[in-house]
Design a protein around this ligand. Structure first.
Ligand SMILES: [Zn+2]
Length: 441
């Protein structure tokens, strides 16, 4: 990270005239290692491109803004430092793949809008916050939690991995604005306004069975207060999962830039979860950032062969699951034992060899990045995988493969400076601005 600071470190009062040839050479070599020079040229061999990508990947700060966890996270049952841990993001895979910082997500689904249901979601959220806080307690030499962009830089400079906390769904706040402050105090630095289904805060891009397309046409009155409270506290507003109108309402209302922590571009793949060009332009105006997701279904249309569909149906029946991906299917999955669930997933995975699905590759994912760059410029795009809640991108299916994104960006002619913005610079800029608006800088 600091190599090219050499150039800046030369005191400005040193006049050019007294520079010796050696110093001039030093200056020029310092200059040649500045980020803008580091861009692949057409004359480079594949090996040269690969080694350039490796150097860039080592130097830029890499941040992923969305990884799901369970309440077993960072416990005996789920050891994040173990090479055998099958999660897509572990400390081991982060180190291996050069992924420097991860936002672990406190996820809760939406439910009834009753005091009891809010209370149970709140308890679940607290157990997930506690799980994330166990991570540096169990692995103090490997990782620490960052509560600010300055923390991210400090922890990274110390050689440790960086853990940040995001909260996927504001539902557990119930109707109590005070809870937003409590979640901030527990360490969250973004809150995704909703998830599947409308909640007390805003409309979702994917209503649940029986829900109208929109309930508020954007944010509820409480939702507007929640956004203001997040601005006041210094919590990034996250509109992944929110409907288009809720996204636009948040972009318009928020005094600070906002994020979509794990979404794609609709123009590349039309999906309710993705951001369309009109909203993208509002992101630019707002100064915010769309963190491109690595979940295959959001990246590319996939068609399954009739054989695969029939095999899936048979597996579903074998495991006693109801049809579809709705509420009933989700509840039935939750009711399964851990062993059953693992067996179910493994059985499904076997189908990938037998009846492969339409492949979704790193190049397909980077098409979303390219589109956002072409539409609104380099300053409004980042990476938010949604690992451990999805995946399926060939070549980037866990944190250990992070370099493949950099490789593809280098191949497409992105410079070190631009890659640095995509991999974390833009997100940190937004986060700093959110802190400034909250009076914390
Ligand atoms: Zn999500």
């Amino acid at each position: 990270m600091t190599k090219h600071r050499l150039f800046l470190a030369i005191p400005s009062q040193v006049s050019f005239g007294i520079l010796t040839l050696a110093a001039l050479t030093l200056l020029l070599s310092g200059c040649s290692s500045t980020s803008t020079i580091h861009r692949a040229s057409k004359s480079m061999s594949d090996d040269e491109v690969a080694s350039l990508a490796k150097r860039i990947h080592e130097r830029v700060l890499t941040i992923d803004t969305h990884d799901d966890i369970s309440s077993d996270f960072a416990s005996e049952k789920d050891d994040e430092s173990s090479p055998d841990n099958r999660r897509q993001v572990t400390l081991h895979k982060m180190k291996k793949g050069g992924l420097d910082a991860e936002f672990f997500a406190v996820f809760t689904g939406n439910g009834e809008r009753t005091a009891e249901a809010y209370e149970s979601a709140y308890k679940r959220a607290v157990s997930l916050f506690d799980a994330i806080h166990r991570l540096p307690e169990r692995h103090p030499a490997l990782v620490d939690i960052a509560y600010s962009p300055d923390d991210v830089a400090r922890i990274h400079a110390s050689g440790k991995l960086v853990a940040c906390i995001g909260m996927e769904n504001g539902y557990p706040a119930g109707a109590d604005l005070g809870k937003v402050k409590e979640f901030y105090d527990r360490g969250t630095r973004y809150i995704t306004l909703t998830h599947s289904g409308h909640n007390q805060i805003c409309d979702s891009s994917t209503p649940r069975e029986g829900e109208p397309k929109e309930e508020y046409g954007g944010l509820s009155d409480l939702g507007k207060q929640v956004v203001r409270e997040m601005n006041r506290l210094g919590v990034m507003v996250d509109v992944s999962h929110a409907s288009k109108n809720a996204t636009i309402a948040a972009l318009t209302l928020s005094k600070a830039p906002i994020i979509a922590s794990h979404s794609g571009a609709s123009a590349v793949h039309e999906h309710a979860r993705n951001v369309d060009d009109e909203a993208l332009r509002l992101f630019k105006k707002n100064g915010g950032v769309v963190q491109v997701v690595a979940l295959a279904d959001y990246i590319k249309a996939r068609t399954d062969s009739p054989e695969r569909l029939a095999a899936q149906e048979a597996i579903r029946k074998e495991f006693g699951l109801p049809a579809g991906r709705g509420e009933a299917a989700r509840k039935a999955m939750q009711a399964m034992s851990q062993e059953q669930r693992t067996k179910f997933r493994e059985t499904l995975r076997e189908l990938d060899t037998k009846y492969p699905r339409t492949s979704v590759t790193v190049s397909d994912m980077v098409d979303h990045i390219d589109h956002i760059v072409k539409t609104v410029g380099i300053d409004h795009v980042g990476i938010g995988t949604d690992f451990d809640g999805g995946g399926g991108v060939i070549g980037f299916n866990d944190a250990s493969e992070s370099i493949n994104i950099t490789m593809e960006l280098v191949k497409r002619g992105y410079s070190e400076e631009e890659i640095g913005k995509i991999w974390g610079g833009n997100l940190l800029r937004v986060w700093r601005e959110v802190e400034r608006v909250a009076g914390k800088r």
